[in-house]
Design a protein around this ligand. Structure first.
Ligand SMILES: C[S@@+](CC[C@H](N)C(=O)[O-])C[C@H]1O[C@@H](n2cnc3c(N)ncnc32)[C@H](O)[C@@H]1O
Length: 226
């Protein structure tokens, strides 16, 4: 599905979010900078906006990589990178990451966790590749505060697929998007799912009335629940 909209994905994001998606990604990058990582991997990188912003902001000695399993999205990311060095975009499935155990300081995943076929397996895989004390940042849609819901949910179900259909030619993809957003767990529930996958010190920050949340979790010393 992402392969079909790759070339028009960024423009659709800007229009459908009114440009606020840039702010959400900026908040994620700012949070990563505080960790002073040596190796960062952006998962489900898509057209690469988070990875490219990380590359711009982090010192040259920090390694930055972007992984995705959709080649047309990766091509779009490489096109935007324009051959600049210091950033590698490569094929990588979040459910079977091509990364060594305990080899990464910080993982980011923006609007990707919701799309994984098996969220728990994906989270355990992320924990596997993080070094002890390493951090995972999940930027994802969430459930907004009650006052916003009467406006937001009709927007998701009616207006968004219509506008997105005109922008990308694929209203079905955006009907799917609205559905996955509505059924995605609220902040506390996602935090609990992260804990049961073995993460510790899970914190969530609501952004833009709770439409989006940024979760930070650490690879603690304990083992995941069976
Ligand atoms: C909504 S896009 C998000 C892209 C980007 N992170 C952003 O912030 O715009 C979701 C991406 O997740 C990718 N994806 C979904 N499941 C995946 C998996 N199991 N492994 C790797 N990438 C996956 C899709 O190919 C798509 O590029």
């Amino acid at each position: 599905m992402f392969g079909g909209i790759a070339g028009r994905y960024d423009r659709a994001n800007r229009v459908l979010s009114g440009g606020i998606d840039l702010y959400w990604r900026w908040r994620t990058v700012r949070a990563v900078l505080r960790e002073s990582p040596r190796r960062v991997v952006d998962l489900a990188t898509g057209s690469g906006d988070i990875a490219l912003a990380l590359r711009r902001q982090l010192p040259a000695e920090t390694t930055v990589e972007g992984l995705d399993f959709c080649e047309p999205m990766l091509e779009e990311a490489r096109r935007k990178q324009g051959g600049r060095p210091g950033l590698r975009f490569a094929f990588g499935d979040c459910l079977a990451l091509p990364l060594e155990d305990a080899s990464v300081d910080v993982l980011t995943i923006g609007f990707g966790l919701r799309n994984l076929e098996d969220r728990d397996r994906g989270l355990r895989e992320m924990r596997r590749v993080l070094r002890p004390g390493g951090a995972l940042f999940v930027l994802e849609f969430s459930q907004p505060y009650a006052w916003l819901r009467p406006l937001y949910y009709p927007y998701l179900e009616k207006l968004l697929p219509w506008v997105a259909g005109r922008l990308t030619g694929d209203p079905e993809a955006y009907r799917y998007l609205g559905g996955t957003i509505r059924s995605f767990p609220r902040r506390e529930v996602l935090a609990e799912q992260m804990r049961s996958a073995g993460f510790a010190a899970v914190r969530a920050r609501a952004l833009t009335g709770g439409i989006v949340a940024l979760h930070r979790a650490e690879k603690g010393g304990g083992s995941p629940e069976r």
